[in-house]
Design a protein around this ligand. Structure first.
Ligand code: ASP
Length: 322
């Protein structure tokens, strides 16, 4: 993909690699996914067009995706095998590698704000479970009842997954298994940031944490190389340190962003059973959006303001600036 001029900005987002199978997609649902992606791009674009920071843009974009019940994060998060929602999120600032992450929480309306509070208001990088919830309360973050996070779609997916497990059937439908949301950006000053938020994988064991909040796996940002947000089979992404591996290939092997991210997603993760993808922006404003499965809800916006989104293995579609 083309790079951006020195004072241009770029924002890329994803709504998860666990897309609905094309055969089950309807025009109405497809339009709803594109619209949800556009709302998130627009939220980040507003920040960046005003000269705001990449960190604020990825926060705004991920909040919009968390608020959208179609995606597996915040409202609309998937359920554990015990029928509970346990959310994970992380944020990283490429200027100084400041980072914050939370795991296993349900209550804060926007888990990405919890991760950001850990980064900015605590001495730590990673807080989990009930203590993380206490921290969020002490920070005055907005909370919601469990009914706010509930969707029929995710609850039914849990019941179907549990029934398949009982009968020993193999689940081929990626949309039932996973999903996640994320954003990466380069602002006009050349600073990078990444943010990722997820409900994890449907019917996961209580207490299971995936790659999304693990710095260097599902989330990474460093001004010298790139910002990365991942989505996919978290256990494999953790084992291959996906985000950091992309940055390392750039830093130590001189690979371009596109070469590095494809090497990790296609050549490393796929053979290891790590279905999914990443969104990445480079220090030069380059963008890479590789995935090794049937699709990834994704979008890009640059300084020209045109919102570009796609779902399957297809070119990004342009939606003119309104
Ligand atoms: N990576 C997420 C996790 O393993 C799920 C996903 O992105 O589909 O928790």
């Amino acid at each position: 993909m083309t790079t951006t001029s020195d004072n241009d900005f770029v924002l890329a987002i994803h709504g998860g690699a666990g897309t609905i199978l094309r055969s089950k997609m309807t025009p109405e649902r497809e339009a709803a996914y594109h619209a949800g992606l556009r709302r998130a791009l627009d939220a980040g674009r507003t920040v960046l067009a005003d000269g705001g920071a990449a960190l604020d843009a990825v926060t705004a974009a991920v909040m919009a995706l968390e608020d959208e019940p179609l995606f597996n994060a915040g409202r609309g998060a998937v359920y554990t095998s015990a029928g509970k929602q346990e959310m994970d999120a992380a944020i990283m600032d490429g200027r100084d590698r400041a980072a914050g992450a939370i795991a296993g929480i349900c209550g804060p309306r926007n888990p990405i704000l919890a991760a950001r509070a850990v980064m900015e208001k605590s001495d730590h990088v990673f807080l989990i479970g009930e203590s993380a919830m206490q921290f969020c309360r002490a920070q005055g973050l907005a909370f919601e009842e469990s009914s706010y996070f509930y969707t029929d779609q995710r609850w039914n997916a849990l019941q179907e997954t549990l029934a398949m497990r009982r009968s020993g059937a193999d689940d081929q439908d990626e949309s039932r298994k996973h999903g996640t949301v994320g954003a990466v950006a380069r602002d006009r000053k050349g600073n990078l940031a990444a943010a990722t938020s997820t409900g994890g994988m449907t019917a996961k064991s209580p207490g299971r944490v995936g790659d999304s909040p693990v710095i260097g796996a599902g989330t990474w940002a460093d001004n010298e190389t790139c910002a990365v947000s991942a989505t996919g089979h978290g256990e494999i992404f953790i084992r291959y340190a996906a985000g950091h591996e992309i940055a390392s290939l750039m830093r130590y092997a001189g690979r371009s962003l596109e070469e590095a991210s494809r090497a990790v997603v296609v050549d490393m993760l796929a053979p290891a059973g790590g279905s999914g993808g990443v969104i990445a922006v480079g220090r030069d404003g380059s963008v890479s959006l590789p995935f090794n499965c049937s699709g990834m809800y994704r979008g890009v916006v640059r300084g020209d303001g045109v919102l570009r989104t796609a779902i399957y293995d297809e070119p990004l579609m342009d939606f003119a600036k309104d």
